[in-house]
Ligand binder design. Structure first.
Ligand SMILES: Nc1ncnc2c1ncn2[C@@H]1O[C@H](COP(=O)(O)OP(=O)(O)OP(=O)(O)O)[C@@H](O)[C@H]1O
Ligand SMILES: [Mg+2]
Length: 618
């Protein structure tokens, strides 16, 4: 545009000069010969030619100057652009020559490594950011890489662990390209910190693995549980029948013990699979650990010192007390096994408040208040490659027969199912610290009345028994009848609803929760209780819920009998339900009914003693 304007101006100026020169030449030569071409005209044309030459030179110079400015602008733009790209890049930029000497060190490189540009430029990049033992190997790789890179315009991408100025290890992904400039080769490298990304990926893979193994384990344990329910239940009937035949009595005892071991194993597997039927309650963890410590002091070698550090104001935790005791015992036994030459076991409690990020880091369900229990030992520690596997079921480094490898799996499953989290830190030769987080108890729950465990007490009430597994149903019916109860059996929820609709009398609904054929035990209970508000309900299940919240929802707060169960447990739970007084709308009456029974029993005893005394006096 500028060039065209200049030329147009020059040509117009030239035309005006030529016209003016001609008009002037005719004025000078006079009117006598107006159209003749004489000397004055020649002079005018020459003058105009001179002006044209001057104008052309002026234009050329102006054009040259413009082009020079354009060229200067064009040559500085890419350099500035490159600087801007390096400055604004999210990744660190490091430029070296072929020997590894730093030429360029971006702001992000400073942030990533802790070394400033001034400190870095001129130094050897390997010495600066690669750990001492890895340097020789890294240099060799670089030597091989440089000629390789120079021939490959696309460059190479690789992972490398760098050392921060403060000694921290940083896992990075680097992409390098080489430029050959005459005899020199320049290596440009962009470096990205992937430490956190990798940790998150590993956490996800671990969680997915645990989920998959958990599902498989839970499925198998569930099936075994149903079979064991039949065995553990019927064996008592058999034992009773053959008690006068010692060889057969011994065999039944063996079967019973094997079934007990099977039940313990499936219980651990269900714990791991987060399918254990939990009975959560408020727990004073200090008190529970105090009790545990007494047991440990009595059983552990004296070379192991046991220290407790309690937070006196620790919140109540909400979890299954029995499961928590066995989880802590498992952790303590592991610690003992890691301190065969003696050492120190420290149990600590404290309150913690988690934000979302902290909760996720320990695998806890949600942000909020947690009770922390830490079990630290000064034992052998766990080698890093094994750390990712310790929670796997059946992973054990102990001799065959010494460990099943289910201890930590159970702890893991229990803690997760309770809505809590777990973390482990270990250093070889220094010791291991397991930290578990349990949700803080929010509300106080009405505790069930105590029951005397020692004797089996039956009753005469009528029980509607709903169970979809034919064998289990048959077994439970026999058990209930042997306890004196009258049983109305039903194979599924629909059958049970029909029985209820007919107006059949029954005092308690005893139902499985997970049942084939549409409606589950909870829905069934809801429907029946809606029509009979003061009905007692006892649920049973071998396959429970991913969380305590889920379990609470499933049982509507009603008691739950875990499968497999023994006759004594069944009897105890039934009495507990039947003896808990409820008002006309089904709400529990706070005064335990058993107190009333005790009072009646006392009065009867008094009366009979009085009677005896009277008789004696007679
Ligand atoms: N405190 C600890 N110190 C060192 N290693 C440990 C510690 N706790 C667990 N481990 C390692 O983790 C493995 C798995 O532990 P886990 O409790 O699941 O199984 P186990 O103790 O081998 O067997 P089980 O508990 O079933 O009897 C152990 O074999 C051991 O190698
Ligand atoms: Mg163990």
């Amino acid at each position: 545009m500028k060039l065209r304007g200049l030329l147009t101006l020059a040509m117009t100026a030239q035309a005006v000069v030529t016209a003016a020169a001609l008009i002037a030449s005719y004025a000078v030569s006079g009117s006598a010969a107006p159209y003749r071409f004489g000397l004055p005209q020649l002079i005018a044309l020459l003058a105009s030619g001179v002006v044209a030459v001057l104008l052309a030179r002026l234009c050329t110079r102006t054009i040259d100057a413009g082009q020079a400015a354009d060229q200067a602008r064009a040559s500085t733009a890419p350099a500035q652009m490159t600087q801007a790209v390096i400055k604004t890049a999210l990744d660190a930029f490091i430029q070296t020559d072929q020997t590894g000497s730093v030429l360029e060190w971006s702001f992000q490189a400073e942030a990533l490594t802790g070394w400033t540009r001034q400190e870095a430029v001129g130094t050897d990049v390997v010495d600066l950011v690669v750990a001492e033992p890895l340097r020789a190997g890294f240099r060799q790789r670089m030597m091989r890489l440089v000629p390789e890179l120079s021939d490959t315009p696309a460059g190479a991408r690789f992972e490398v662990t760098l050392i921060h100025r403060n000694g921290d290890r940083i896992l990075t992904e680097a992409s390098s390209t080489a430029l050959r400039l005459g005899e020199r080769t320049i290596v440009n490298t962009f470096v990205r910190d992937i430490t956190q990304k990798r940790a998150a990926e590993e956490q996800l893979i671990q969680a997915q693995k645990m989920e998959a193994v958990g599902q498989l384990t839970g499925g198998i344990a569930h099936e075994f549980n149903n079979m064991l329910t039949v065995i553990t239940g019927t064996i008592e009937i058999l034992a009773d029948a053959v008690k006068d035949n010692p060889p057969l009595a011994t065999i039944t005892k063996l079967i019973s013990e094997a079934a007990d071991r099977g039940a313990a194993l499936t219980s651990s597997l269900l714990s791991f699979a987060r399918k254990q039927a939990l009975q959560p309650a408020e727990i004073d963890v200090n008190e529970l650990i105090e009790e545990l410590t007494k047991l440990l002091l009595a059983t552990f070698d004296k070379k192991i010192g046991i220290v407790t550090r309690f937070d006196g104001n620790v919140w109540l935790a909400y979890a299954d007390r029995g499961q928590l005791s066995s989880a802590l015992l498992n952790l303590a036994i592991n610690a003992r096994d890691a301190m065969l030459d003696g050492g120190k076991l420290t149990l600590t409690t404290r309150n913690v408040v988690f934000g979302v990020r902290e909760a996720l880091a320990v695998g806890a369900g949600y942000a909020g208040d947690y009770v922390e229990i830490e079990i630290a030992d000064s034992g052998t520690g766990i080698p890093p490659p094994l750390l990712a596997r310790i929670f796997d079921p059946f992973f054990s480094t102990k001799e065959i027969g010494k460990g099943t490898g289910l201890g930590l799996s159970m702890v893991f499953g229990f803690v997760k199912q309770s809505g809590g989290g777990i973390k482990v830190a270990s250093e070889e030769g220094r010791g291991t610290t397991f930290t578990i987080y349990l949700p803080k108890a929010e509300t106080s729950t009405l505790r069930p009345t105590g029951y005397d465990d020692r004797k089996i007490v039956g009753g005469q009430e009528i029980i509607l028994c709903v169970e979809d597994d034919r064998d289990v149903r048959q077994y439970v019916t026999v058990q209930l009848e042997s306890l004196g109860y009258k049983v109305v059996p039903a194979a599924n929820a629909t059958e049970a609803l029909d029985i209820a609709a007919e107006g059949t009398a029954f005092d308690l609904l005893f139902t499985d929760i997970v049942m084939a054929g549409g409606m589950n035990g909870r829905e069934l209970a809801e429907q029946i209780v809606a029509a009979r508000p003061s009905l007692r309900v006892l649920f049973t299940s071998g396959y429970a819920y991913d969380s305590l919240h889920a379990q609470g929802r499933a049982t509507m707060g009603a008691p739950l009998l875990r499968k497999p169960y023994r006759k004594a447990e069944l009897a105890r739970m039934l009495r507990r339900c039947l003896d808990t007084a409820v008002d006309s709308v089904g709400d529990p009456i706070p005064t335990p009914y058993s107190v009333q029974a005790d009072v009646e029993r006392f009065l009867r005893k008094q009366a009979s003693e009085d009677d005896g005394a009277t008789r004696l006096r007679k």
